[in-house]
Design a protein around this ligand. Structure first.
Ligand code: SF4
Length: 317
């Protein structure tokens, strides 16, 4: 019997998202995923972390009573404790990267307050400018020949190591290279990069005065999110860069960067508006410029995040 490729009938009534029940939607989505897998579908699309967060916030605002919503805003929400590994990666380049199955302690104290997952001072010595430049150049060479992620290695034109000052006061930490970055080997050079440049300049810095890097060094196909295994494979590289640069502030751009650096599953919405810590650096979380291009109404919130850093750093703006 030939396969039936006819399209399902369209709903007769327009979908009213305001009346949707979040629990029912999630249950139906889970049932659909289970059905597809039972039918032999081997691949399901990865969720877009920013869109998931946006939808989650929407459903929370729809389903929560006003007092619940106010309470959620007023209290620190306890992050989920099923975390990715926090144990430091081996500091020897070329040794096995950390595995995504390692366990960690919950990043909350007894009162439920968020705690730094990675604390204590940066490891190793505080290098001079020339030592930093030499070490980073050596590390970039190793990244250029890295083949830990077979799919990314096959499809890349260039690895994108990162660039900027070797004595940066601020590091901007993004998600992954896109097409423009893969073509040029430089981070944040496309449309999102132009917006990031404006954000950096609004903070009274030039691109050359800060450092910009991503969680992984190779472009994922079709700009999908990096897989957990790819993040684990590449973790040692960005950690070594940060160990070398030891900036005063790290600005995480979007959910993937924030969750990777802080080893958390908490949403950007919950991580924003306060400082976290990565070794000796204060960590700020804000939206990814690519997301801000799609949702320009969030630009004001992103600027509020940056202002938090500027006030703390006593930079006039
Ligand atoms: S993403 Fe990182 S770990 Fe994976 S192949 Fe590229 S450089 Fe290597």
């Amino acid at each position: 019997m030939p396969e039936d490729h006819s399209q399902p009938e369209a709903p007769t009534e327009p979908l009213d998202v305001e009346t949707l029940d979040a629990g029912e939607v999630f249950a139906q989505a889970a049932a659909l995923a289970q059905h597809l897998q039972q039918a032999g579908v081997q691949w399901l699309p990865q969720p877009n972390a920013e869109e998931v967060e946006s939808l989650t916030m929407h459903f929370q605002s729809v389903t929560a009573s006003p007092s619940e919503a106010a309470g959620n805003l007023a209290t620190n929400q306890q992050p989920e404790v099923d975390q990715q590994p926090s144990s430091p990666a081996s500091r020897e380049i070329g040794t096995s990267p950390p595995r995504a199955t390692e366990t960690v302690s919950p990043p909350v104290d007894s009162s439920g307050n968020y705690l730094p997952v990675i604390d204590g001072p940066y490891s190793g010595s505080n290098l001079s400018d020339s030592q930093r430049s030499n070490y980073l150049a050596e590390l970039a060479d190793q990244v250029a020949s890295c083949e830990r992620c077979p799919q990314l290695t096959r499809n890349r034109n260039h690895t994108v190591f990162g660039e900027g000052s070797v004595q940066p006061r601020v590091v901007f930490f993004g998600e992954a290279p896109g097409a423009d970055e893969d073509r040029t080997g430089r981070p944040f050079v496309g449309a999102a990069g132009q917006l990031l440049t404006k954000m950096i300049e609004a903070c009274k810095f030039s691109r050359e005065e800060v450092y910009i890097l991503n969680t992984i060094k190779c472009r994922p196909p079709n700009n999908r999110n990096p897989e957990l295994e790819e993040r684990a494979n590449c973790r040692d590289y960005y950690r070594r860069q940060l160990d070398t640069l030891r900036p005063e502030y790290i600005v995480c751009l979007g959910a993937v960067a924030a969750q990777e650096l802080l080893q958390s599953k908490v949403s950007v919405g919950s991580l924003r508006g306060k400082f976290h810590r990565y070794h000796d650096s204060k960590v700020l979380v804000t939206y990814h410029p690519a997301y801000l291009l799609r949702e320009p109404t969030r630009k004001a919130a992103a600027w509020q995040d940056l202002q938090l850093m500027l006030r703390d750093a006593q930079i006039d703006f």
